[in-house]
Design a protein around this ligand. Structure first.
Ligand code: C5P
Length: 225
């Protein structure tokens, strides 16, 4: 039997990267790591401990406190949940306030450097599917397979809105679309590890195909191992 592959899945917000990666990981017997959760975990910490008097993020304070942050994924009933300094924060990292601030935190070089080692360490053993924004370009440039996911802004906003609605969050589709567009802009234009398609990544546009069809499409590129 050949070695289990390392798969990088990058792309825009709300293209279904994480939920699709999770299912593919299960089907292929790989570990799945949602790297966006790590950036959200740091943002959640910052919102609790690093706001200034005007309730704005104090980035220098966050950077000075990075060593106080311990993030790890723990298996809870068969699902990997994110823990911050021993507390399960899996639900909290999806709060709209975290989504509003996360791209500001993620554009900081010190934050990206802090998370780089964690991400590479986990991938060392192989057999992993990692999703994010810079996995194929920066974190795992030698990945066996690279995919870059996109879909129209309206379709992505619709999907995210339905997800939030199901989770009981009160919001409206315009606010959701605005947040997606802001994040994509900051993520694509930042200096360090911007969101972009790796030259050797396969483009997957799932505007008009559903989750199952997207999974089948991605699987069709992966050779048996
Ligand atoms: O994947 P998700 O939408 O949860 O990611 C939240 C944010 O984390 C992104 O908008 C981006 O700012 C940041 N991120 C990143 N690099 C990654 C994964 C996420 O900058 N590899």
């Amino acid at each position: 039997m050949t070695k289990k592959p390392v798969i990088a899945i990058d792309g825009f917000s709300s293209t279904g990267k994480s939920s699709i990666s999770k299912i593919i990981a299960k089907k292929l017997g790989l570990i799945h790591m949602d790297t966006g959760a790590l950036y959200r975990g740091i943002t959640y910490f910052a919102l609790q401990h690093c706001l200034n008097e005007e309730q704005l993020l104090d980035i220098p304070k966050l950077i000075a406190n990075l060593t106080k942050i311990q993030l790890e994924f723990q298996n809870v009933d068969g699902e990997l949940k994110l823990f911050l300094n021993g507390k399960n924060i899996d639900r909290e990292i999806r709060f709209p306030q975290v989504s509003d601030y996360v791209s500001q935190v993620a554009k900081e070089a010190a934050v990206r450097q802090f998370l780089l080692a964690t991400q590479r360490d986990i991938a060392k053993k192989g057999g992993i599917i990692m999703d994010g924004r810079d996995i194929g370009t920066v974190v795992l440039p030698d990945a066996d397979y690279k995919f870059f996911m996109t879909a129209s802004q309206d379709e992505r906003a619709r999907r995210r809105f339905l997800e939030l609605e199901q989770a009981g969050e009160k919001t409206d589709i315009e606010t959701v679309k605005q947040n997606l567009m802001n994040r994509d802009k900051i993520d694509s234009e930042r200096e360090v590890a911007p969101l972009k398609q790796a030259y050797d990544a396969i483009l997957i546009d799932n505007t008009s195909i559903n989750k199952e069809e997207t999974i089948e499409l991605i699987l069709s590129y992966i050779k048996k191992f």
